[in-house]
Design a protein around this ligand. Sequence first.
Ligand code: F3S
Length: 279
Amino acid sequence: MIDVRIAPSAGFCFGVRRAVDMAIKALEDFKNPAYTLGPIIHNPQEVERLRKKGILMANSLEEIGSGTVIIRSHGAPKGVIDLAQKQGLEIVDATCPLVKRLKERVRDLTEMGLQVVIVGESDHPEVRAVLSYASGRCLVTRGPEDLDPERLEPVVGIVAQTTQSLENLQSVVSRCIPICREIHVYNTICEATRNRVAEALCLAGEVDVMIVVGGKNSGNTKRLAESVGNSGTPTFHIERAEELNGVTIPPGSSVGVTAGASTPSWIIEEVVARLRTLD
Ligand code: F3S
């Protein structure tokens, strides 16, 4: 019999849950059709489920003639929100409050005249949205190795994309210390992300195999799988229960299950149910 243990925080974080609930409510309350700008979450199966309910996806405002635009939990650049207003669209702003807090930090540091360093992925929608509150001197770095010391100013403010790891933020700060005279650091990593990783690592220490469930296009799920894999426990990142067919789990093993912030509970339940049939 396989012993299956599920991390308590596996699945939707409060910001994603809030965004999905707001999108569903927008269908009842506002003008149809309702569009999200980009996928509402990085999970193709959930995006498809919502599409069937009438929540469509557009890649740009030009694709939306009229109706409602839902700003996803990652937020959107300032210019895009201004444009949506001019276009007369109903705006449902489902930006996660913690992403809003990060934007405010960046705006404040910029207003103080500081160069801002964002630890994160420059092509991630959250970082693109946050960048719209910074000046052209802002630097985005994936980690310490990407940081060009020539471009650093003597006084900097450092923040992180909400789903970054604490270790990465710390490494960037350490890299700046010998170069900069003054550094203002804000730990903008969200607690949901920190707790999820801590719980998953704890679980990985107790089981033989770890399964990380979530979209292959989800940055936070990929980083979660990477952190768990680094613990030394054999780890598999899957999107759907069917992918367990390609995973070897010896009889009598204990299996830990965790999932990214954008993984809906119905997918986690399918994976757990499939695991329980193996033996
Ligand atoms: Fe918000 Fe953290 Fe989730 S920033 S969207 S609660 S991962």
